[in-house]
Structures are given as C-alpha cells and as structure tokens.
Write a new protein. Structure first.
Length: 123
C-alpha cells in the first residue's frame, strides 16, 4: 500500500517574495501568512494548502513558451467571472499575457510579476 500524501504547500522562486505574495493575495483573496518576511512570504489557502514565495539570488523568470528558461511548474486557477473579465482584472494587478495562447477560448495563460506562467479557466 502506498502512503497517503496530502498537498501541503507550493513554493515559487522569485526575487521579491513580499511583492509576489501581494500579487497573488490580491488575485485570489487568500490571507497572508503572519510570519511572511522579505526572504520567504506565503499565503494561507483553503484546506491548509500554503502558497509560498522564496527569495532566490539571481532569479531568472521562465521564458514560456520558449524553453530557454523552463517554466518548471505552473499554477491553474478557476475563475467565476468571464475569462475576459478575469484576464483584465489580473492584468491590472500586474500580470502579463504572453502572445502564445494555445486555447484562448477555453483558458488563458498569464504570467505573474516574477514571470511564472499560470492559467485561468472558467469554473
């Protein structure tokens, strides 16, 4: 029998943990972790899942869809509003939008301020 594992945290490398945590806080409404600091910040998510942001010297943003600097992971979020509305809201918060959109009618690929790709899909 395999051990039962439950996802506890997802951590993203970046150059400014507090700024990236604030972007995701404003985008998701998740609460900031009370012990966040300039080297490691976090958000407390539902069901105990934690999103962390850790300072990495010389962080290089992923270059999606080009793999010169691979993405290594990406997050997907369900949104309740229309994709156009969610995209506009996230762009206003500081997200970027790559030119390459594989299925723009079904989901959108955006990048956070540190360059990590993430997707939004209608819930």
């Amino acid at each position: 029998m395999l051990p039962c594992m439950r996802l506890r945290a997802i951590t993203l490398d970046c150059s400014d943990p507090l700024a990236l945590a604030d972007f995701y806080r404003r985008a998701t409404g998740l609460a900031p972790h009370p012990k966040s600091n300039a080297d490691f910040a976090g958000l407390d998510g539902p069901d105990g899942v934690y999103i962390g942001f850790q300072r990495v010297a010389d962080h290089r943003a992923p270059s999606w869809p080009d793999q010169g600097v691979p993405q290594q992971l990406h997050l997907c979020f369900t949104v309740e509003e229309h994709l156009d509305e969610a995209e506009a809201r996230l762009l206003a918060l500081g997200a970027g939008k790559p030119d390459h959109q594989p299925h723009e009618d079904r989901w959108r690929v955006l990048t956070d301020p540190a360059g990590h790709p993430f997707c939004i899909v209608r819930g």
